[in-house]
Design a protein around this ligand. Structure first.
Ligand SMILES: [Fe+2]
Length: 419
């Protein structure tokens, strides 16, 4: 088989053992090379090609420009100086709809609050760095809004108000752009559906900021409180799932991005993940929410989450599950998402080296006597930081996943509360 070939009709291209090299295929529908998928690793991989897709393996993956040039020749785009240039040009001049940052697991804490434990060292400093990035500093372009996927405060103290007050004074109230919060378990002590444990969060952001929906430039965002992710199906998870059903109904016809603190799927190989994370909430245990979302996989673009304190992305049934490590520990990063009509560029941004300390890693030493890995992340650094394609990648948008035209570039809340 040549290193670059064109897929046949109804073909699921099986990329054979590449001896550690990577492979990619370029969908025929991606006229400017805007969309691509990857398969990598040493074992056989299967990618769902359709007739006309260009597939590359081996040496061609090592040189993206070389692959795209070869692909351009095969596609008969001889006049272009290479599809790589075409792609760059398209990204440069293509109309970006909007840009937002995904923050999670900052664990900001009031430095004056009484504590019995030390929390994450330099968590406030790293949060301050992220705040400055949101202002357009440190080489990061200013976003249109911030999505906060939970555990933004450290909490775990009797008076949660102190951490919320510090968070608002130091960061939220000074942001130049809207801030959209999602509840994490550190905001309420795993207290989803327990009113007395949510008093401080509600006072900070409002009781209507648990399960809510907003749109921005033709994309719907469904924010879901999963702070009780450890719960097996019960009244609380039924209420959660009913709100997701209403939200999906209220946003019918729109592309959707889900925001949750706790992931809906295992973000690493399941058994190592359960062991390295060490808590029951390695994903949302009631899977009804995942089922509801996957029933709408034609228009659900992604699930954005946090909680696990490692950086990963997984694709399941065409939905991207995206989880930055959060800024508080090791790894330490947040994500930016640039939304175009035909794709979303996702990038992880690493905190400054001076605040990175392996001692903050909850998936290896010193918490355990060894460092965890899995088959897709054979080294511990990649296990916690993610592989290269988990830190900078593109989500193709087609058909129902494309942002709707002529939609306003402003946060617009969609009413869908319980009747
Ligand atoms: Fe956390």
């Amino acid at each position: 088989m040549p290193s670059v070939w064109r897929a046949g009709a109804q073909e699921r291209c099986r990329i054979r053992d590449l001896s550690g090299l990577q492979a990619r295929y370029l969908p025929a529908s991606a006229s400017a090379g805007l969309a691509h998928h990857r398969a990598e690793g040493t074992g056989p991989k299967e990618v769902p090609c359709v007739a006309g897709d260009l597939v590359a393996a081996g040496e061609y993956w090592r040189s993206r420009r070389r692959f795209l040039r070869q692909a351009a020749q095969m596609a008969g785009v001889a006049s272009m100086a290479g599809m790589a240039q075409g792609e760059a040009r398209a990204r440069t001049v293509g109309e970006r709809r909007f840009r937002f940052l995904l923050w999670n697991d900052m664990h900001v804490r009031d430095p004056e609050a009484p504590r019995e434990y030390t929390g994450y060292p330099f968590a406030n400093e790293k949060a301050q760095w992220a705040f400055e990035c949101a202002q357009g500093r440190h080489g990061i372009e200013r976003p249109d809004f911030i999505l906060a996927a939970g555990d933004i405060i450290d909490g775990e103290l009797a008076d949660y108000d102190l951490d919320f007050a510090y968070l608002k004074t130091a960061i939220v109230d000074r942001l130049p752009v809207p801030y959209l919060p999602c509840v994490g378990n550190h905001e309420n002590g795993q207290g989803e559906g327990i009113p007395q444990q949510n008093v401080a969060y509600d006072r900070a952001f409002g009781a209507d900021r648990h399960n809510y929906v907003f749109t921005y430039s033709g994309v719907a965002f469904v924010v879901v409180d999963t702070s009780g992710a450890h719960r097996m199906p019960d009244d609380v998870t039924a209420t959660r799932n009913a709100s997701v059903e209403r939200a999906l109904s209220a946003t019918e016809g729109l592309p959707v991005i889900i925001v949750t603190h706790v992931p809906l799927i295992a973000m690493r190989e399941e058994e190592p993940l359960k062991a390295s994370f060490g808590f029951s909430s390695w994903r949302v245990l009631d899977t009804r929410m995942l089922d509801l979302i996957e029933q709408e996989a034609d228009r659900v673009i992604a699930v954005l989450c946090g909680h696990i304190h490692l950086t990963g992305v997984r694709e399941r049934k065409g939905i991207y599950h995206i989880m930055p490590g959060g800024t508080c520990g090791y790894p330490s990063d947040f994500a930016s998402l640039d939304v175009f009509r035909e794709h979303i560029r996702v990038r992880m941004h690493r905190a400054p080296q001076r605040w990175l300390d392996r001692g903050d890693d909850i998936h290896g030493r010193p918490r355990y006597d060894h460092d965890y890995t899995d088959s897709e992340h054979p080294g511990h650094e990649s296990y916690v930081w993610g592989n290269a394609q988990e830190r900078d990648f593109t989500i193709p948008l087609a058909d129902e996943k494309r942002p709707k035209e002529y939609a306003p570039c402003a946060v617009s809340f969609v009413p869908c509360s319980a009747p």
